[in-house]
Design a protein around this ligand. Structure first.
Ligand code: GAL
Length: 679
C-alpha cells in the first residue's frame, strides 16, 4: 500500500493551468510560493486537452507545467482526467453515453456523463491512463494519484442490463435462488430466464413518490441494482488503479469521495483506496456537528488512518441555492476542523477562479481581482503559514470509545421501502444521534456495522433497518461481551434482500433487546405523543414529547425505562433496557425530543466509562489525535464569543508555540492544538 512520500501537511488545491495562458502560470507559481502551497491536483478534467483525437496525445503542456511546479518545490497529486471524456469519443462511440433513470439516452456534455459498463469507454479510459502512468512513473513531483473525479451517476442502458444479469448470476447462481431472495411470487414477477430481468427505472419499478423521493415497487431488484451500480463504478475505478499500480506500486491512490453520498457504498470503495480523501462543502448554515459527522464518516472508512481533505472552498460555492461568503475566521476554523477529525491536508477547489462557465463565481485561492490583498486570501496565507508548524501530527490517528453505525445498503432500503412513513430521511435521524454523541466531547467513529466493535464502550445504531446475518451477529457478540448498544424504531427488521425477519419485530434484535414489537404506528406530522419515565435516568426525569413512529412494545425480559402517555398504547413501554450476556441493549421505540436522546446517550456513555477528552463549554469542539505516545487535543471555538478553558495539565500549543496550563482563553473562531506535556 502506498504512502505519501512528502511528509508535510498538503496545502494547495485543484489546478487547471490549461484554462490559462503560460504567462499566467508564472504568476501562479509566484502566488503558490507566497501561500506555501506544496501540492496541486491536476489535470482533473483535461482529457480533451491531452488527447485531441483517438491517435494523438498532447502531454507536452502537462510535462512543462509539472516540471515548472516541481522545480519550484510544488508537488503534484496527479489526476486521471477520466471524469469528462472528449466530445470526439462520445461521437465516435455512442455506447459511451449513459441512459438516465427516465430511460432517455443522454447527449454529450457536462461531466460524469458516461456509462461505466460501456466497452468503448473502458477501452478509452485504459488507454489514457496507461499513457499517463507510463509517462509520469518516474517523475519525482508525483506524490499521489487522484482517480477521476467524484464518481457518481448511475446508468440504465442495455450494456448495463447485460452486465447486471451477469452480476446477478454471480451473486445468486440460480434463478430459483434469485426468485426466492427477491420474493418474485409477489405481483407475478417470477423469472424463467435471466434475460427477462430488466433494470429498475422510471419505466418500470421505480417512481418519484414525492419530489426528489424515489420509491420502488420491487425492493429486491432495486436494492441489487444499487449494489451493482456502486460496484460497476468501483470496477471502473479499480481498473484505473490496477494500471497505475503496475507502473507506480508505491504511490498512494485515492479518489475524492463526497461524505454521505447516497449512490455509492463507500465502505466497499475504501477497501481499494490507499488513503481516503473527500470534498467538504458546508454552507454557512450547517451546524459544526453535521460537518463533524461527515469527517467522522469519511475517517471511519479506514478508521486507523488519517485522511485527505481534497477539496473545500475558500469562501463561496456556485451550486448551492444561496452561496454565502464564509464569515471571517471560518475557512481557517473549518480547515482545522478537518485536521481535528483526522485530515492531513488543507486543499481547495480551486487554485485560480475561472474566467467563464458555471464555476466562474465559485471562490478560489486566486480571485478574479488577480492579487492576494483580499480578506479571504489573507486568511488562506495565515493557514498556509501555520501548517508549517504541524508536521509532527501528520499521520496521527484517532481512537474512539464510541461509535455510530452507518450503512449505505440500509440507507437505500430504508428510504426506498414503502410502509409506515414514506418520508424517512436516514440522515436526519442519524444526525439526532450523532449530535448526542458529539455532545459527549469525545472522539466518535462512524463505522460499518460489520466492523470489529470490540474496541468500543458504546455503540449507537439509529434506524438500522436492514442487516445481514453477519452484521446482526457482530452486534449481538459485541453486547454479549459486555458492550452497550443503543438502537431505535425501524431497526433489525429485514435481511439484505429487504425481506422481513419473520417471527416478530424487531427481527434480528428481538432477543437482543428482550422485546416484541407488536405494531409500528406512524404518526402524521401534526401528531405528538409523549414518553413518561418510570424513574429518573441520569439527568432525565418526567415527560418528553415524541413523534414520527411509535412502536407498540411488549417486554420479553427487558425493563421499561419509559412508557407512552397517550393513545391505545398509553402506559405501554416506549424505551427499554435489556441485559444480554455481559452487556446491555437499549431500544428506543419512538422519536423522542432531542434533549431526551442526548440525556439518554450521556447516561449510558457515563455508565460505560466514557469521559470527555476535556470538559469544555458549549459550542467548543474537542477531539484528540495520537502518535508515538503523544496526545494532541484540538479545541475549536465555534461560538461567536470568547470562552474560558480550564486546563488541568500542562500543554504545548502548536500554533502559538506556547506552554499553556490552568486558565486560558479561547477566542471566538479560534483553535488550539495542545500536545500534553509529560511528567
Ligand atoms: C466538486 C468538484 C469540483 C468542483 C467543486 C465545486 O464537487 O469535484 O470539480 O466542481 O465541486 O464546488
Amino acid at each position: 500500500m502506498g504512502k505519501i512520500k512528502l511528509k508535510k501537511f498538503l496545502h494547495g488545491g485543484d489546478y487547471n493551468p490549461d484554462q490559462w495562458t503560460e504567462d499566467v502560470w508564472e504568476k501562479d507559481i509566484e502566488f503558490m510560493k507566497y501561500y506555501n502551497v506544496n501540492a496541486v491536483s491536476m489535470p482533473i478534467f483535461s482529457w480533451a486537452q491531452l488527447q485531441p483525437n483517438e491517435d494523438e496525445f498532447t502531454f507536452e503542456w502537462l510535462d512543462k507545467i509539472i516540471n515548472k511546479l516541481y522545480s519550484n518545490g510544488i508537488h503534484v497529486i496527479l489526476a486521471t482526467p477520466t471524469a469528462s471524456q472528449p466530445a470526439w469519443l462520445s461521437k465516435k462511440y455512442p455506447d459511451v453515453l449513459p441512459v438516465d433513470i427516465h430511460g432517455r439516452k443522454r447527449k454529450h456534455g457536462a461531466r460524469q456523463n458516461y456509462c461505466p459498463n460501456s466497452p468503448n469507454f473502458k477501452n478509452a479510459v485504459r488507454r489514457i491512463v496507461e499513457e499517463m502512468a507510463k509517462r509520469y512513473k518516474d517523475h519525482p513531483a508525483v506524490i499521489m494519484w487522484h482517480i477521476s473525479n467524484e464518481y457518481g451517476p448511475y446508468c440504465y442502458c442495455e450494456n448495463c442490463a447485460k452486465a447486471f444479469r451477469q452480476w446477478l448470476k454471480d451473486r445468486y447462481k440460480t434463478l430459483d435462488e434469485l426468485n426466492k431472495r427477491w420474493n418474485t411470487a409477489f405481483w407475478g414477477h417470477t423469472f424463467y430466464d435471466w434475460d427477462e430481468i430488466e433494470v429498475p427505472s422510471y419505466l418500470n419499478e421505480e417512481y418519484e413518490y414525492l419530489p426528489g423521493r424515489q420509491k420502488s415497487s420491487f425492493q429486491g431488484l432495486s436494492l441489487d441494482y444499487k449494489r451493482f451500480m456502486s460496484d460497476s463504478l468501483l470496477n471502473l475505478y479499480k481498473m484505473e488503479v490496477e494500471i497505475i499500480k503496475k507502473y507506480m506500486p508505491d504511490v498512494p491512490v485515492t479518489t475524492n469521495l463526497m461524505g454521505p453520498f447516497k449512490p455509492l457504498d463507500y465502505h466497499k470503495w475504501a477497501k481499494h483506496m490507499d488513503i481516503v480523501s473527500w470534498d467538504n462543502y458546508p454552507s454557512i448554515k450547517d451546524a459544526p456537528s453535521s460537518v463533524a459527522f461527515k469527517h467522522d464518516l469519511m475517517r471511519g472508512l479506514k478508521r486507523d488512518q488519517s485522511f485527505i481533505l481534497m477539496e473545500q472552498t475558500p469562501s463561496q460555492t456556485n451550486w448551492q441555492w444561496y452561496n454565502s461568503a464564509k464569515r471571517p475566521g471560518m475557512i481557517r476554523l473549518l480547515s482545522y476542523h478537518a485536521i481535528a477529525h483526522g485530515a492531513d491536508s488543507v486543499l481547495y477547489f480551486q487554485w485560480r477562479q475561472s474566467v467563464a462557465s458555471c464555476e466562474k463565481f465559485h471562490s478560489a485561492m486566486v480571485p478574479h481581482v488577480g492579487h492576494l490583498e483580499t480578506r479571504v486570501s489573507k486568511e488562506l496565507k495565515k493557514i498556509g503559514d501555520e501548517l508549517l508548524l504541524l508536521d509532527e501530527i501528520l499521520e496521527s490517528t484517532t481512537k474512539s470509545e464510541v461509535a455510530l453505525l452507518f450503512d449505505w445498503e440500509n440507507w437505500w432500503a430504508l428510504e426506498e421501502s414503502m410502509g409506515f412513513r414514506n418520508d424517512i430521511s436516514y440522515l436526519e435521524h442519524v444526525d439526532a444521534y450523532y449530535r448526542a454523541l458529539y455532545k459527549l466531547k469525545t472522539n466518535v467513529d462512524v463505522v460499518d456495522p460489520k466492523e470489529d466493535l470490540t474496541r468500543y464502550k458504546l455503540v449507537v445504531a439509529p434506524l438500522l433497518y436492514l442487516l445481514d446475518e453477519e452484521s446482526a451477529k457482530n452486534i449481538e457478540n459485541y453486547v454479549k461481551n459486555g458492550g452497550i448498544f443503543i438502537t431505535t424504531y425501524l431497526s433489525g427488521l429485514v435481511d439484505e434482500n429487504d425481506r422481513v425477519i419473520l417471527g416478530g419485530y424487531p427481527g434480528w434484535f428481538r432477543k437482543l433487546c428482550g422485546i416484541w414489537v407488536e405494531e409500528i404506528d406512524a404518526l402524521f406530522p401534526d401528531m405528538k405523543n409523549a414518553i413518561i419515565l418510570e424513574k429518573p435516568i441520569g439527568m432525565l426525569d418526567g415527560k418528553y414529547e415524541c413523534d414520527f413512529i411509535c412502536d407498540v412494545i411488549h417486554l420479553e425480559g427487558a425493563r421499561a425505562l419509559a412508557h407512552y402517555e397517550q393513545d391505545y398504547y398509553s402506559k405501554m413501554p416506549a424505551v427499554v433496557e435489556n441485559d444480554y450476556g455481559n452487556g446491555k441493549a437499549i431500544y428506543i421505540g419512538t422519536r423522542p425530543e432531542q434533549r431526551f436522546i442526548e440525556g439518554l446517550v450521556k447516561f449510558y456513555a457515563e455508565k460505560a466509562g466514557v469521559q470527555p477528552i476535556l470538559p469544555v463549554p458549549e459550542g467548543v469542539e474537542v477531539t484528540k489525535r495520537e502518535k508515538n505516545g503523544n496526545e494532541y487535543v484540538f479545541l475549536l471555538n465555534f461560538n461567536g464569543y470568547d470562552v474560558n478553558i480550564e486546563l488541568k495539565d500542562e500543554y504545548y500549543e502548536l500554533i502559538t508555540q506556547k506552554v499553556l496550563g490552568g486558565k486560558a482563553t479561547l477566542a471566538s473562531k479560534e483553535v488550539m492544538i495542545l500536545r500534553r506535556l509529560k511528567g
